[in-house]
Design a protein around this ligand. Structure first.
Ligand SMILES: [Zn+2]
Ligand SMILES: [Zn+2]
Length: 234
């Protein structure tokens, strides 16, 4: 009843077409359900990227370069959801997080179970970006994921202490330098063992590596990740 009322006052928008979702259709409208393209097996065993060749095991990137994080998964193919993620990130469509997290739980339930994580950590944004945007998109997904799985979220554990240049403008080497000492854990109060990092878009993995480095330096044994989307050859 309360939900129906909230829905009337603040109609929920569809994460795919951005129209108001008709009553009773849930978090996404019926005709949009087939639109998101999911990453399926075979996937790279480290970054989760779609592979064409089952026997390969790892993608080209992961064969060349070892990551600090252990492994992870992305839910969507970037191209199929890029407009959705753009609105989520820059146009204040925070409500999409509920759909994204539910979709992660449904499509990657086995994978989440295998991880057996004791904590969820969203990739932090710098305080100045948080001020200008008003929210951290990764934290919105992480919070919903935490609510659905019961795994505790530690959103204040890692801080982004350096403002970094947008990663897409840089080469791989520049990306790594760009991220050096960008993240910081100030206390040792939480003893985490297995952590899932949550981010919106997986590009090269260097952001996740930088956060994983800081977590592992503070005694976290395994660092996994869940990203909302990943592209081909990103
Ligand atoms: Zn729709
Ligand atoms: Zn890979």
């Amino acid at each position: 009843m309360r939900d129906a009322l909230v829905n009337m006052v603040f109609p929920r928008r569809c994460p795919v077409c951005d129209d108001v979702v008709p009553m009773g259709e849930g978090l996404i409208c019926r005709q949009c359900r087939e639109k998101p393209q999911y990453i399926v097996e075979p996937r790279c065993r480290q970054c989760g990227k779609q592979l064409m060749d089952e026997a390969a095991g790892f993608c080209q990137d992961c064969m060349r370069h070892r990551h600090v994080y252990d492994y992870g998964y992305a839910l969507y193919d970037y191209q199929s959801m890029k407009k959705s993620i753009y609105r989520f990130k820059y146009k204040k469509r925070c409500e999409y997080a509920a759909f994204y997290a539910k979709d992660i739980c449904e499509k990657l339930s086995g994978e989440l179970g295998m991880m057996g994580a004791d904590s969820i950590v969203p990739v932090p944004v710098h305080a100045s970006r948080l001020r200008s945007r008003g929210y951290n998109q990764a934290e919105l997904i992480a919070a919903e994921l935490s609510r659905l799985t019961g795994i505790a979220m530690h959103e204040k554990l890692v801080r982004r202490i350096r403002k970094t240049v947008p990663q897409k403008e840089l080469t791989v080497q520049e990306r790594q330098n760009n991220l050096k000492k960008a993240f910081h854990i100030s206390t040792n109060v939480v003893k985490l063992n297995k952590t899932i990092l949550v981010d919106d878009i997986y590009t090269t993995g260097s952001t996740l590596d930088a956060v994983a480095m800081e977590l592992k330096r503070h005694g976290v044994r395994s660092v996994y990740f869940i990203a909302l989307c990943i592209g081909e050859g990103m």
